[in-house]
Design a protein around this ligand. Structure first.
Ligand SMILES: [Zn+2]
Length: 77
């Protein structure tokens, strides 16, 4: 009964939802800011900024976006 469903582990949000989201960085065109899933975040394919996803809801606030070289800053809440 080996039925590993680890395919779900990498998709933190539905693909069609992800496809609608765009990076909010003003430094590039909004349409260019396609996001991809990276770990528990969404990462912009243009500028590299990351957005945390919690319970399937991406935090698209620019003020809380994670800079590309900031790695995953695990702020212990
Ligand atoms: Zn971006």
């Amino acid at each position: 009964m080996a039925n590993p469903d680890n395919s779900q582990a990498s998709s933190i949000i539905p693909d069609d939802f992800l496809a609608m989201l765009r990076c909010v960085n003003d430094e590039h065109s909004r349409d260019d800011g396609v996001l991809r899933v990276s770990g528990k975040m969404l990462v912009c394919t243009v500028c590299g900024y990351g957005y945390k996803v919690e319970d399937g809801i991406p935090n698209m606030l620019w003020d809380e976006a994670i800079p590309p070289n900031g790695e995953t800053v695990d702020t212990a809440s």
